[in-house]
Design a protein around this ligand. Structure first.
Ligand code: FNR
Length: 185
């Protein structure tokens, strides 16, 4: 009955604020909720020639992890007012076959973190739009936007408890949505 989440960071860099937030969440989840981080390092550039029922191994594993989980927590940086290309690329792979992919109906929580005061709020809007295209179920709640992230990280660890609690409340909402969906089945 455990709620199994996957965490996807839109940043590949070692000292990523977004990855730090996901790691902190993973370490602070309530009883009955688990999270596995899925790094995007091994995901190749999207090429429709290579896509199909037997995808490349890394892509197949990524899509299976999405299919098998109860919900997804995405934390993305904002690159030029949008999500990172790394994340968009991975979502494009995961989104196939169109309207019948592992993302269809999947509950998703969006987080963005940025050193800027705006915390990546413009990437939130873009991410929401892209996820709408995949028919995933982005949960309805106020957005989790964390600004000045560079002041809240030390050695790749989130040190700001207020930010952690802010994000944890959203994970609680994601878990509640998953329970609601289970009750309907
Ligand atoms: C950025 N950054 C950035 N920040 C922001 O708030 N709005 C933006 O539009 C951009 N654009 C942008 C483009 C590119 C190419 C880079 C490399 C960076 C800064 C970005 O938020 C910062 O590097 C974050 O720390 C990246 O997230 P991680 O890697 O810490 O998770």
């Amino acid at each position: 009955n455990t709620i199994r989440l996957i965490g996807i960071s839109g940043s590949l860099r070692q000292a990523s604020g977004n990855t730090a937030v996901l790691r902190a969440l993973k370490g602070a989840l309530p009883e009955g909720v688990e999270m596995t981080l899925l790094p995007l390092d091994g995901i190749p550039l999207y090429n429709q020639d290579l896509d199909g029922p037997q995808p490349l191994a890394a892509v197949g594993e990524f899509k299976r992890a999405i299919a098998d989980c109860d919900g997804i927590v995405i934390s993305s940086p904002e690159y030029n007012f949008g999500m990172s290309g790394v994340l968009k690329n991975a979502l494009d792979w995961a989104s196939r076959p169109a309207f019948a992919s592992p993302l269809k109906g999947k509950p998703v929580l969006i987080i963005t973190c940025s050193p800027a005061f705006t915390g990546g709020v413009r990437a939130q809007a873009q991410l929401r739009e892209t996820l709408a295209g995949t028919l995933s179920r982005v949960i309805a709640r106020p957005p989790v936007v964390i600004g000045a992230i560079h002041t809240k990280i030390d050695n790749g660890r989130l040190t700001d408890d207020a930010s952690l609690q802010f994000a944890l409340a959203a994970v609680d909402d994601l878990a509640a949505e998953i329970k609601l969906l289970r009750a309907q089945l």
